[in-house]
Design a protein around this ligand. Sequence first.
Ligand SMILES: Cc1cc2nc3c(=O)[nH]c(=O)nc-3n(C[C@H](O)[C@H](O)[C@H](O)COP(=O)(O)O)c2cc1C
Length: 399
Amino acid sequence: MNSLLPDTAPDFDQPIAVLKHCHGRIRKQLATLEKLIAHLPQHGADEQARQAATAVLRYFDKAAHLHHDDEEQDLIPMLYATAQGEDAATLRALAPTILQDHKDMDALWQDLHEQLTAVAEGTDSALSESQVRRFVASYTSHMEREEGTMAPMAMRLFSAEQMARLGQAMQLRRGIAVPTAPLSPALGQAVADLRKDYGQASLDEADVLDDPIDQFTAWFEQALKAEVNEPNAMSLSTVAADGRPSSRIVLVKQFDPRGFTWYTNYDSKKGSDLRDNSHAALLFFWSELERQVRIEGRVERAAPDESDRYFRSRPLKSRLSAIASQQSSPIASRAQLEENYDVVAQGAGEDPARPDNWGGYRLIPDRIEFWQGRRSRFHDRIVYERQEDGSWQRQRLQP
Ligand SMILES: Cc1cc2nc3c(=O)[nH]c(=O)nc-3n(C[C@H](O)[C@H](O)[C@H](O)COP(=O)(O)O)c2cc1C
């Protein structure tokens, strides 16, 4: 009854064909479900019915979700990033329906899941015909929408590179190792040959100030004067509870003897890392001045009134973005993100309150290293380390 034809899937280098192939498999499972409705009243949960129910369960419990994730996390966001004009308008109209379909089909599946489990285990043979019909109708119209509009749009708009990226994401989602292409020999050589000799300045023990915050202030002023690109952008590295580090750029908004302060979402990935491990590292790279500053220490939250003051100083739209975004959490699409923003903007007024999960973090340094690039990689490095009595001791490190 449910003999599934052996089906040969296309390669992931044709991701849209893979998605269509998935539709073929979904249609087979839907046909099996419809056959089960006729089969069960006559034969009960016999061996054939049990096998059919098991196959349908296996497919919709696992593979269907992977297929939805392909669309929600890769295909639709890539289309949003690429489609323009009429295509973009079509997508804006279609994508929310596709995402809602996924939710509706998941809900319908939950009802069927329980009944099919009982059939698969041979403990019951009841299967609601009306629920099966709704599930089948819902998937059928959904797949038609995708095949009629979204798949052709992707085929028309995606470059070979985008197709490869989509295919790779789909492979990774299924735990299939993606072979990585080696750099072309010419690019490999070009990367290896990238080499810049530094010679603008030197850094001598006698040049630096006693206090590293004063020294940082002096260098920061020079960075401003030299108009380096985003002088207050710094890399922030945190370490998760499992020991895995991660880095991202944030903007320092204040520095003084208490430490270095930036603002962010406390529920973000970095917020979660810092909750588990308050040690962190900051890094400034002022390329134009051939300078790097490395800062390490412990992080604590800024006082609420300090965060309130800074929050209020931001442009209204930035405040609304901070309220609307659950930073670091996945979201189905740009459209959904913008919808969330609109909802917040409508209700927030001119002076929205700072959300509890957004505010400042301050890194209290116990080690600060100043690095000045020198000729032939013979760089200058002066490091300050905080002593138990709070004073700073400094020394030169080898390059
Ligand atoms: C130049 C630049 C400045 C940024 N400034 C901030 C910032 O001040 N605060 C912030 O939360 N994210 C900032 N970001 C975004 C972060 O790099 C990062 O994407 C975000 O904080 C989420 O990180 P997480 O998921 O590791 O917590 C900035 C990114 C760039 C490239």
